[in-house]
Design a protein around this ligand. Sequence first.
Ligand SMILES: Cc1cc2nc3c(=O)[nH]c(=O)nc-3n(C[C@H](O)[C@H](O)[C@H](O)COP(=O)(O)OP(=O)(O)OC[C@H]3O[C@@H](n4cnc5c(N)ncnc54)[C@H](O)[C@@H]3O)c2cc1C
Length: 446
Amino acid sequence: MTIAPKKQIKIAIIGAGPGGLAAAINFLRIPFVELSVFDQATELREVGAGISINENTWRHLQLLGAAQEIEQYSNRGDGNKIDGEHRNGRTGELLSRRFQSVNPDAPPRSRIQRYKLQRALLSRVPEDLIQLSKKLEKIEETAEGVTVAFTDGTKAGTFDLLIGADGIRSVVRQYAFPDHKLSYTGKVAYRTIIPASKVAHIKEIPPASTFWHTAKTHVYTDPLDEGLFEIATRASESEEHGKKVSWGQKVSKEQVIRHYDGYCETVRQIIAAPDEWLEFAMFGGPRLESVIHHDRIALLGDASHPLSGAFGSGAAFAFEDAHVLARAIQYAHNHNRSVGEALKLYDEIRSPHYKSLYSVLNEFADNAKEIEAISPPLEEDDMIAESTRRNWKTSNDWIYKYDVTKVWDESVKELETQQSFQDLTLEASQRKVAVEADVPQALVSA
Ligand SMILES: Cc1cc2nc3c(=O)[nH]c(=O)nc-3n(C[C@H](O)[C@H](O)[C@H](O)COP(=O)(O)OP(=O)(O)OC[C@H]3O[C@@H](n4cnc5c(N)ncnc54)[C@H](O)[C@@H]3O)c2cc1C
């Protein structure tokens, strides 16, 4: 007797940023998946200067087969090299310092230009897979699945699974959770990459990634490879201003410089070096209780957790989402389970993780309130030292070391010990036998 072939699953990914690309690479490896990828961009290019490659980012780049593309730019240390520093932005005083790992198997800790990350991911995806100039406008659910409509008047579908990897302003999230609202955080980021020669005359620039803190904002400096130097800052700007800024808008040096008068001479000179900056208004939103909708829609990356760039590891979070979602779809398929059951598994693993990340953010907010309330009030430099000590403590390193592949393995092991799972497996195998028995004889090959 032949066994009815397992059904193909049609999946659409909206968005080809780090999250969508990682999901695409994962799903391309699954033979029963028919994949479509759409992005609103006319061409895929990255804005926004540098991006940190943390331990978890590196792990997934290796799993995705894209690490080789990055390795040539990374700065593998021998234990003596300074990896990162925190300094008082007003005085330049060193508050803490870490060295690169001596473990030869440890991922290289590096900062790279963002486009290189995207290029590494794109190298793993067939060129014609991503359909460009497809701005998602509308989603419709029918008994058969999900269809999508784009602003150019075209439609696609029906899909068994729609993945919203469409970033912080996700249209898919808006459809699935219409009450969820983003708001302006009151902060903008100014970012740029310049030739290192432009800051070579400035004394006392640390040779590693450095956060220069004041009570309300920070400046980040990092000598990159290829003779480049990155500066990324935060500044407070009015609500009116923040709402007008488009993502990655060019601004003059005058607009930026005025925010950093209170910083030490070294930082002021660094900030004065570039002629042009890009401005990003930071928006964020509350945590979603769940990152799935109606057994057919899953949110991934910034769409699933509008954290507003907090932790500087959003690409890794998106990679983790993509890994778990693909494993869950594969697992459910192998066990005759539905896409809906796969999504539940995905949600059960990822939502608690985001809950933990949001609680770290709440802790930051509590720290700020507690430090403000200390009596007698702390001098500004003591305040900076105290908030750096509390917010950058090594006990938050779990965020960057988090290994979702182990979490996945443990979750599956736990699931398989549950009686309800065993009952369902039995039920599914009986269902399969019943389906096979129903196959018309004419279709059964000899
Ligand atoms: C200031 C700042 C600094 C950061 N620094 C770091 C860092 O150092 N390290 C790090 O790991 N992360 C960092 N992040 C976070 C990181 O950039 C994001 O988490 C990451 O890019 C998320 O990837 P994503 O694919 O989910 O979303 P995005 O990168 O936003 O990609 C979304 C994609 O969807 C497409 N899209 C959007 N809407 C539609 C639509 N309607 N229809 C079709 N396509 C659509 C977009 O064109 C885009 O290609 C930072 C973020 C900010 C804001």
